[in-house]
Design a protein around this ligand. Structure first.
Ligand SMILES: *[C@@H]1O[C@H](CO)[C@@H](O)[C@H](O)[C@H]1NC(C)=O
Ligand SMILES: *[C@@H]1O[C@H](CO)[C@@H](O)[C@H](O)[C@H]1NC(C)=O
Ligand SMILES: *[C@@H]1O[C@H](CO)[C@@H](O)[C@H](O)[C@H]1NC(C)=O
Ligand SMILES: *[C@@H]1O[C@H](CO)[C@@H](O)[C@H](O)[C@H]1NC(C)=O
Ligand SMILES: *[C@@H]1O[C@H](CO)[C@@H](O)[C@H](O)[C@H]1NC(C)=O
Ligand SMILES: *[C@@H]1O[C@H](CO)[C@@H](O)[C@H](O)[C@H]1NC(C)=O
Ligand SMILES: *[C@@H]1O[C@H](CO)[C@@H](O)[C@H](O)[C@H]1NC(C)=O
Ligand SMILES: *[C@@H]1O[C@H](CO)[C@@H](O)[C@H](O)[C@H]1NC(C)=O
Ligand SMILES: *[C@@H]1O[C@H](CO)[C@@H](O)[C@H](O)[C@H]1NC(C)=O
Ligand SMILES: *[C@@H]1O[C@H](CO)[C@@H](O)[C@H](O)[C@H]1NC(C)=O
Ligand SMILES: *[C@@H]1O[C@H](CO)[C@@H](O)[C@H](O)[C@H]1NC(C)=O
Ligand SMILES: *[C@@H]1O[C@H](CO)[C@@H](O)[C@H](O)[C@H]1NC(C)=O
Length: 468
């Protein structure tokens, strides 16, 4: 926690602008006390490291040398989306109108001097920055996260960039994704000339995108809602009845109870802590997390076979970069996008797919390796590492600071996959997929291939930024 505060001060000095907005809410004693619940917040709260540590250092093993790295990162901590914001305001209005009387029990903080964490609806969809948050010492802003990440990146992979100080960084045309990439670049410092290539995330981008699901008219969010809807919402009814009983006349519904989890998560991004988080019992947090795992699994993960084709768009490009890496001048590739796209990509890779369908009839503990909340918190980062040991090259993945070995290929040093076996593995994961055809992309675009990693010098990638 202290290190987080120090890094704020350091980074601010670095940019020579220690901007401390006015605010009455600085509560040093509460900030940083809620990190234990971050893994249960559906990835809506601040960044945290992947929760399973297999004990494998993420540096190249002894005697090996890192030769190539690819980063696919999520945007940093942010405000809620516009659609979620609307729901949160509705729940807030119910509670705020009620608490004019007086409130009791776990929402009693609301009758005190509480300010709703969304003060300006223009902030919806946006990254949190020292300028737009409620508490000047909140260490969890998306800006700070991106800058810290860049410094960690340099410490780990800076050597790879020594002969290539001018390079592109790729981002989607979502404003918060763009801003994350720009803050990342800023923090790399003056030793580098990184140019930001803004790749459209609109459907018309077709296959030439980092956000392939947007270009997939064949995808239907509701295809498996028959499965996800069958998950019991007793835990939500439990929350609303508890609060309603403590506060006669407060008529919260299950939907309101569901919204409180997002309120908790996003308020931490904005304020550094959230009293709303204290409303939940540990069991309720587990249910919320598992419901998020389920919806992700059946909407954009291994539970929906079409996703294999969606993620193949990026995996195919990644493999091509790996194959070219021995002769390419550029050894470090950085791209920024949304959580969905990273989840799709990991689905095709098969990082969290043991063939067991997630069970909607209750929380699966021991056999569940699909912890979506852990995979893509705000600021999530997936690295593809390639390193050389003797004369052999190996590939492995590092997600949110932890090495995640491939289930069927981890014989190499550091539990990596020998490169030729990796190519076979990747090919088998993409076998039978055709993103353009399977997704019926022709409905929205004639772009059949992802080309931006190769033609960015010849093409102007300056898509208009979108608040989405
Ligand atoms: C509650 O308060 C808000 C803002 O003051 C108002 O717009 C709304 O109509 C009130 N009533 C309900 C039921 O939300
Ligand atoms: C940079 O160039 C030098 C001199 O050619 C070479 O020894 C070194 O390995 C190169 N570094 C990388 C990361 O390729
Ligand atoms: C960045 O680009 C400028 C202008 O082309 C050049 O003068 C400078 O040397 C470059 N810096 C690095 C670190 O490559
Ligand atoms: C999406 O799937 C749901 C559930 O199967 C179905 O009711 C709906 O019509 C589908 N929507 C489209 C646009 O196909
Ligand atoms: C849910 O719908 C999908 C797609 O229509 C179907 O394949 C599956 O069997 C259904 N599952 C259940 C549990 O009803
Ligand atoms: C406050 O909540 C407690 C526990 O549910 C309840 O016994 C009590 O009557 C409530 N007080 C008021 C003023 O509603
Ligand atoms: C809650 O519901 C009760 C009964 O339907 C109603 O009398 C009361 O006005 C409602 N309270 C609020 C704050 O909407
Ligand atoms: C991978 O990209 C190549 C072109 O580089 C293309 O021919 C092939 O169809 C793509 N495969 C998949 C599975 O997308
Ligand atoms: C791809 O699938 C086909 C048909 O299932 C199979 O014959 C072929 O061996 C597979 N290729 C790879 C590289 O896995
Ligand atoms: C694809 O190209 C054809 C021929 O140029 C054109 O008629 C069509 O509108 C294009 N489709 C899309 C989705 O852009
Ligand atoms: C980019 O332009 C150069 C020079 O015009 C050309 O040689 C090269 O093939 C082009 N590259 C791509 C990927 O289009
Ligand atoms: C992108 O660059 C092109 C060529 O420089 C220019 O014509 C276009 O207006 C730019 N678009 C945006 C959105 O900035």
């Amino acid at each position: 926690m202290l290190s987080a505060i120090i890094s704020i001060l350091l980074t601010s000095q670095e940019s020579n602008a220690l901007y401390i907005p006015q605010g009455k809410n600085a509560d040093v004693s509460l900030i940083g006390t809620q990190e234990k619940i971050l893994p249960y917040l559906a990835g809506s709260g601040p960044y945290f490291q992947y929760q399973a540590d297999y004990g494998i250092p993420k540096t190249a093993p002894d005697g090996c040398q890192m030769t190539h790295v690819q980063l696919v990162g999520r945007h940093g901590e942010r405000y809620p989306s516009k659609s979620l914001g609307k729901k949160l305001f509705n729940t807030w209005y119910k509670i705020s109108n009620y608490t004019e009387a007086s409130s009791n029990g776990s929402v009693s903080f609301l009758s005190e001097d509480y300010t709703f964490f969304i003060q300006d609806t223009n902030n919806l969809e946006k990254l949190t920055t020292p300028e737009n948050i409620l508490d000047p010492i909140n260490p969890y802003t998306g800006e700070m996260d991106a800058k810290k990440h860049a410094r960690e990146f340099l410490a780990s992979y800076g050597d790879l960039m020594e002969n290539c100080t001018t390079f592109p960084v790729f981002c989607t045309s979502s404003r918060r994704v763009h801003d994350t990439a720009q803050f990342f670049i800023d923090a790399l410092g003056d030793d580098f000339n990184a140019t930001l290539e803004i790749i459209s995330e609109e459907p018309s981008a077709g296959a030439n995108t980092i956000a392939a699901l947007n270009s997939c008219p064949a995808w239907n969010e509701s295809t498996y809602s028959n499965v996800t809807d069958s998950y019991s919402d007793d835990y939500l009814q439990g929350i609303s009845s508890r609060l309603n009983n403590e506060n006669k006349g407060l008529n919260l519904t299950s939907d309101d109870a569901y919204n409180l989890f997002s309120w908790c998560a996003f308020e931490i991004n904005v304020r550094g802590y959230s009293d709303v988080c204290n409303v939940f019992t540990p069991e309720e947090l587990v249910h919320f997390q598992y419901y998020d795992d389920l919806t992700s699994y059946y909407q954009m993960g291994p539970g929906y076979p079409l996703i294999q084709s969606v993620g193949a768009n990026l995996l195919n490009a990644s493999v091509k970069l790996l194959k070219e890496s021995d002769t390419a001048q550029q050894k470090a590739w950085m791209s920024f996008t949304h959580d969905t796209d990273i989840v799709n990509y990991m689905t095709t890779i098969g990082l969290f797919d043991n063939g067991e369908q997630l069970d909607p009839s209750g929380v699966t503990f021991v056999n569940n390796i699909y912890h979506k909340s852990w995979m893509t918190p705000q600021g999530a980062r997936l690295y593809t590492q390639k390193y050389q040991c003797s004369n052999e090259s190996y590939v492995r993945y590092v997600l949110n600071d932890k090495v995640i070995p491939l289930m069927s290929c981890s014989d190499g040093p550091g539990f990596s996959c020998p490169i030729n076996e990796f190519y076979d593995y990747a090919e088998s994961r993409m076998n039978g997929t055709n993103f353009y055809n399977d997704c019926e992309v022709q409905q929205v675009s004639n772009n059949t291939e992802l080309t931006f990693y190769w033609d960015y010098k010849n093409t102007t990638y300056n898509a208009t930024l979108l608040d989405q």
